[in-house]
Ligand binder design. Structure first.
Ligand code: MG
Length: 268
């Protein structure tokens, strides 16, 4: 065969394959959409409830339960005896009083969104876990339980075990980043807590999940907890339905931590 005829045959076969593709492709596409309209995939109900956002970022939206607005501790009690919380309120700020121990909300919650701001004192001393230690227990499940602690700590150039630094779920989840600000500056946690659920016999039905933004940076991304955040030992679950949110008085000899602008939105 003449070489130029061979070339022509190859080129011709390419055209035939391409032509076949062109003729079949519309049919394939048409099979996916034939008889369907854009309206078929529009969803109109249920209409989300209207929520008025706050005028400033971080302030409570219209449907939030305000847990601390800078004025008083009406929403809080002492964990040990359920008496009125005795932490210090001054200048719109709530400060740990280690003598009176941990405090928790009067109201109990299951699934929720939480906003809380905290500050390590500018003159903080100590190191590691003894430097600005507090904590936000996302479910305070009883005096004898550890609950589920989102750690509060000075993590600005303060070395400690990484599953115990600020933004960690204590001893379970290392934060995905360290956006800690310097001591003396206000910092924010925005949390989504999905409570664990249990069968009637107390066995775990679905685990707890937590998402946390620390100073606007994602540090926990729908993390599945293995149980309570224990100081010693492996985590395990213990049945609860709703629980208060607890703030930790860690009792270090160093300067106390402060909180402000605390609000929650129920999600269940
Ligand atoms: Mg702590």
């Amino acid at each position: 065969m003449y070489p130029h005829l061979q070339v022509m045959r190859v080129q011709l076969s390419k055209y035939i394959v391409f032509a076949l593709f062109i003729s079949v492709a519309p049919d394939l596409y048409g099979q996916q959409t034939s008889g369907q309209k854009p309206e078929d995939t529009e969803v109109w109900e249920p209409v989300p409830k209207e929520v008025t956002p706050a005028a400033t970022c971080g302030a409570p939206p219209s449907d939030a339960i305000v847990l601390f607005d800078g004025k008083n501790l009406d929403e809080w009690v002492s964990v040990k005896d359920k008496s009125p919380a005795k932490w210090v309120v001054a200048d719109g700020v709530l400060t740990v009083n280690k003598k009176s121990g941990n405090i928790e909300t009067k109201q109990t919650f299951r699934d929720y969104q939480l906003h809380i701001e905290w500050r390590i004192p500018a003159d903080i001393t100590g190191q590691g876990q003894a430097r600005g230690n507090s904590g936000v227990f996302l479910a305070s499940t009883g005096p004898g339980d550890d609950g589920y602690e989102l750690q509060v700590l000075d993590s600005y150039q303060n070395k400690t075990y990484v599953n115990g630094m600020a933004g960690s779920m204590y001893k379970q989840a290392i934060p995905l980043a360290n956006p800690a600000r310097k001591p003396g500056e206000w910092q924010t946690y925005d949390v989504v807590w999905t409570a664990p659920t249990f069968d009637p016999d107390g066995s775990l039905k679905t685990p707890a999940y937590v998402t946390v933004f620390f100073n606007g940076v994602l540090v926990q991304n729908h993390f599945e907890l293995k149980g309570q955040t224990l100081y010693i030992g492996r985590p395990f679950y213990k049945k609860y339905t709703t629980a208060p949110i607890k703030l930790q008085a860690h009792g270090d000899p160093s300067q106390p931590i402060s909180f402000r602008n605390i609000w929650v939105r129920k999600l269940d």
